[in-house]
Design a protein around this ligand. Sequence first.
Ligand code: PLP
Length: 442
Amino acid sequence: MIDTYRADRHVFQPWGAQDGGARLEITDGAGCWFSDAGGTRYLDLASQLVYLNLGHRHPALIDAVHTQADRLCVVAPTFFNEVRDELAAALLDISGTGAGRVLFTNGGTEAVEHAVRMARGHTGRAKILAHYRSYHGATAAAISISGDPRRWPNEPGVPGVVHFSGPYTYRSDFDATDDATECERALRHLERTIEFEGPHTVAAVILESVVGTNGILVPPDGYLAGVRRLCDRHGIVLICDEVMSGFGRVGEWFAYQRWNVRPDLVTFAKGVTSGYVPLGGVIVAEHIVESFSATPFPGGSTYSGHPLACAVGVASVAQIAAGDLLTRARTLGATALAPGLRALQQRHPSIGDVRGAGLFWALELVTDRDTKQPLAPLLPGRGGTEAMAAVAQSLREHRVWPMIVANRIHLAPPLIVSDDEVEFALGALDHALDVADSYYRA
Ligand SMILES: Cc1ncc(COP(=O)(O)O)c(C=O)c1O
């Protein structure tokens, strides 16, 4: 009998306790599916950690690695490299930034660290304003900026970070019951926060254009544009963190494009290469680049713009465009996932809220719709419950691998997911929600 669950004896686990038990061994993947060591296949509803936008074993991405590896595996950032330049040009093009430049990093955390440093250098100010209910990465500045309990054991954090509440109509911090009021009150709250902090001390507002790990919170129409206006009024840099929401996840190249807003800095990672080779970076608008045209930028890394990663990036952008996957994500979200999930909500009282866009959705599970009592603690990393574990187990038994965060099921399948696979996922969810319902008003 093959042991499909194995405990690490040599690998130190990120984020978890080291005696956290055995984990499923994955040995193979194709498209939206992966297989464990025993040959059982699972539909990957989480795209691993929301990065496998083009699915497992995509031939064009594999070919890009092979071709580039045959030609030039490594080249230091000190040299000009064609594939690196090609990817930067493509990113400027799809981001709508036009002129500008791209700083490449090894992942999303580093992108945030460098974006913050750019904003501070550009403005000569220190403070960074960030949402509660956000995740921006794991190193010193990025975890300090994160409005997520993973910050707590890492405190004291870097100085100069101020958190504020963003819009979340289902559990409004502003006692609003509709999106328009939530938007207006959230903007007023940010305006006051800036005033009390001293606008001349604020370098940047950073936010996830659509909040990911902390709940798939799609901001109401007008929110991002309102934040942009406040930033413009006070000369504050707007950083949109697109690490999770970029590269087609919500049916746009970058989620801010849904609302025609132009950030000054865009952080990206994950979907840029579907994770095949780690890559991240910052798309930098021209006026910020100018601040560093004579003054050296004080940051960088050995592997910045690694050619293997950039080659996969070029191929990924080309594949998303060629497959018209932005339209596909928008359409599948609107015609299959949204109605399918809302139909489940009709049948299952444990679904308190359904929200999302494109191929990025969350089901928020409750034990009581009136009180909105969550089925597990609301904040990520605050411990699960037997109920959420049972829901996850049911999904796995129906061959769907979910992303479970706090009291929510997050759905973020690869952009290449088929109509049939979406139906398959909805069927598995139907069973798992029976399990959740058994805890309703228990
Ligand atoms: C919005 C956001 N920003 C930053 C990060 C950090 O990226 P990485 O894990 O690649 O360092 C993440 C990771 O999940 C993220 O979701």
